[in-house]
Design a protein around this ligand. Sequence first.
Ligand SMILES: [Zn+2]
Length: 238
Amino acid sequence: MTAWHDARRFLFVSPHPDDVELGCGGTLSALVRAGATAEIAVFTDGRLGTRDADLSPEAVARIRSVEQEAAAGVLGAKLRMLGLPDGGPHDYYRLRDRAVALVREVRPDFVFVCDPELPYEAHSDHRMVARAVSEAALLSGLPHYAPGHGAPHDVEGVVYYFPHHPTDLSPLDEAASLARERAIACHESQFRKGDPYLARLQAQLARYGEKVGAPAAEPLHVRERSALHIPDPSDVTG
Ligand SMILES: [Zn+2]
């Protein structure tokens, strides 16, 4: 298997606008700077992301789409917004078909998505999109699966951001860290300057960075395609 960081073509899946920037924005930026191509696919429209009852859901979705466009521009990624309703309801098998069609169209070597097995993850958009994308990575190369949804394409593996058990720490140099911060700052409707959550996240990335001799590092969990289904023979437990 090609090491994920040596691959050339990536799909970054975001259940909502801003997830990719928060989870792996620095890594995305570094990959693009090294010559890879990256496309961000945002599954839902983020219309619930406000506490201002005077702002309509449609207005929130429009604001977030503009913010996401700016963030993708900062990171150097192409962008597509799938526009599914934030918070669902979602039909799992339809979501899986959307994910297979997406993978077959973008034809990435690796797909990045949030970890569907993060304990206590309460948001069904995260769990369902991540599960559907993981299963799509297994199925997209099979010609008899959804033949109307594009030509078969095998991905090499899936890289999970926001991982429960990190397998890799992706070092971020100053430029990648800065791009990450600038991309997150594009999501003005979601984060105020000096947001304490962002500060804690930044401190965590700095601690991971110390482990790999970099200013910061993003934690990731990498699975090759075959290890998405049957037990991974390289796993050692107990
Ligand atoms: Zn999210």
